[in-house]
Ligand binder design. Sequence first.
Ligand SMILES: Nc1ncnc2c1ncn2[C@@H]1O[C@H](COP(=O)(O)OP(=O)(O)OP(=O)(O)O)[C@@H](O)[C@H]1O
Length: 385
Amino acid sequence: MTDSAAGQASHESSRRTETAIEAVALCKSFKTPVAAKGRFSGIRSMFSREYTVKEAVTDIGFTVEKGDFVGYIGPNGAGKSTTIKMLTGILHPSSGSVKLAGIDPHRDRTKCASKLGVVFGQRSQLWWDLPVKDSYDILAHMYGVEEKDKLRRLPQFDELLALGEFWDTPVRKLSLGQRMRADIAAAMLHDPDLLFLDEPTIGLDVNAKRNIRGFLKILNEEFGKTILLTTHDMDDIEQLCRRVMVIGGGQLTYDGTIEGPRREIGLPTEIKITYQGRYELPDEWNAEDAAQGPADLFVRVDEAGPAGAAGGEPPTLSSASGVIGRAELPRMRIVSRGERTLTVEVNRQEVRTMDALRELGRWGEIDDVEMREPDFEEIIRRVYG
Ligand SMILES: Nc1ncnc2c1ncn2[C@@H]1O[C@H](COP(=O)(O)OP(=O)(O)OP(=O)(O)O)[C@@H](O)[C@H]1O
């Protein structure tokens, strides 16, 4: 092997090890026998040759780099849990392949298990009748965690997740929030690099959610763990994930930054201005339009600099009724008016906030500005279609 070939091979192998999850053309279909009707239907169903086929996941492919925190979201029945089960080796794909840090979780389950932590919010991996600490002893033994490592890690988890308060309590007596904390610590006891979480905050109150999100953030940011998170809670996604994948009807419909859908859907940002005194709408504005409710104003964006700057023409406005009629110009929309307050919507794909504020500043002395970004949940609802 030449030096450059060796270098390339070593680069290739280091690149490969940086890929935490690789899913290629994953498909899963479920075959369910058609229920027979009439007499002896139960027995006849057992021997039925008729099936319905449900394509739960169709041709899903993606890679996740080491250290990423990825949200995997979609409506009920979209195929999220089925994907997670295929990724973690619980379900065999009908076709396609999975590699976790270069290892096939279906061929090499034991090797993969040491690199992988899994939390299913709806199900516990702890022993129901045993005290929490006994479950950790069993798990440490199963995963071959050395005693000294277990004794080092558990106090760290205790500090972050307050496990001590239910250490000796049987799992069946834990509250949902306590059980979830105990389960996440259990998934991390063998210090895996990769963590799969399927609805870890389901049914939790605000404090419990905050606690768990804080722990996951630390795992990702300070310990470099790669995390794939499935959730219906869009606050989880907004607060934790840099990237989001959306699945609908078994297929990936979006894969990118969490800002992407915000930009693509283009819901307006609301700006509420409080003026120091009364403000004056420009002459071109038709006061009747404003009185009748929402109406459009077109804003000319002055690329040369702030309005009134030397050489820069002041921006001009026109009303939707078309006094100037520059419909091709970016616009903002007045949604409500008070004596000293004015609320407008701007689509940030079209108008920069600074341009909008500059315009609004021409109408009176601004005392206060409040901005409300479009609701992420609403945006995702639209992505789901
Ligand atoms: N074992 C199974 N046998 C037959 N159909 C199944 C099986 N498991 C899942 N499905 C079907 O596959 C589709 C995807 O299910 P999956 O549980 O992956 O969805 P999900 O996105 O996780 O939904 P949710 O958000 O409700 O948990 C659904 O239509 C479901 O009914």
